[in-house]
Ligand binder design. Structure first.
Ligand code: ADP
Length: 158
């Protein structure tokens, strides 16, 4: 037992956590949905990022809080403005697969300076959206890892 080995073990434990262990349900809207509807869904579903899909549920884009705020301070009528006009669209969307290592997805979030990304599966039509990984999912994984190691599961209150 050496310091080096235990450090290796910590890294191994972290790299054993996969996207499929921690991803959430995706919140999606159709690309013809209005910006107004996307804002309502963002509040009711309590997410910061919404994925935009076509009729086959394949990924076409992503809208974030700032995208919706930017559209809202413009002069456009939000009820008749489709999200497709303001979204970040494919192929510029960063995504991941459920077999990927969770911290590698954390690395993508840091590098691209984004809060969340869609989990997808390849189909003949395109990329089917099956989940969502946000900074919250990654935080939860680290909290669980620490709790398991210490054998403590209760939350700390101040
Ligand atoms: P917020 O706008 O709430 O700060 P983000 O930092 O995630 O949220 O988004 C910043 C910008 O990056 C937005 O224009 C958004 O459309 C874009 N974006 C968000 N997620 C992704 C992603 N997975 N791939 C590509 N672009 C994204």
């Amino acid at each position: 037992y050496t310091g080096k080995n235990s450090e290796r073990q910590v890294i191994d434990n972290i790299r054993n956590i996969l996207v499929k262990d921690y991803y959430s349900h995706p919140v999606v809207v159709h690309e013809n949905s209005s910006v107004y509807d996307a804002i309502v869904i963002m509040f009711t579903e309590d997410v910061g990022t919404i994925f935009v899909v076509d009729e086959d549920s394949t990924l076409t884009g992503v809208v974030s809080r700032k995208d919706l705020l930017r559209a809202s301070i413009g002069k456009q009528e939000l009820n008749s403005l489709p999200v497709a006009i303001i979204m970040t669209r494919m192929p510029n969307v960063t995504y991941c697969f459920k077999e990927e290592i969770l911290v590698d997805v954390g690395c993508k979030l840091m590098n691209r300076e984004i809060d969340a990304l869609p989990v997808v599966e390849k189909t003949e039509n395109g990329l089917l959206v099956i989940g969502r990984v946000s900074k919250t999912n990654i935080t939860r994984a680290f909290v669980d890892l620490s709790n398991n190691r210490d054998g403590i599961v209760e939350e700390q209150n101040d």
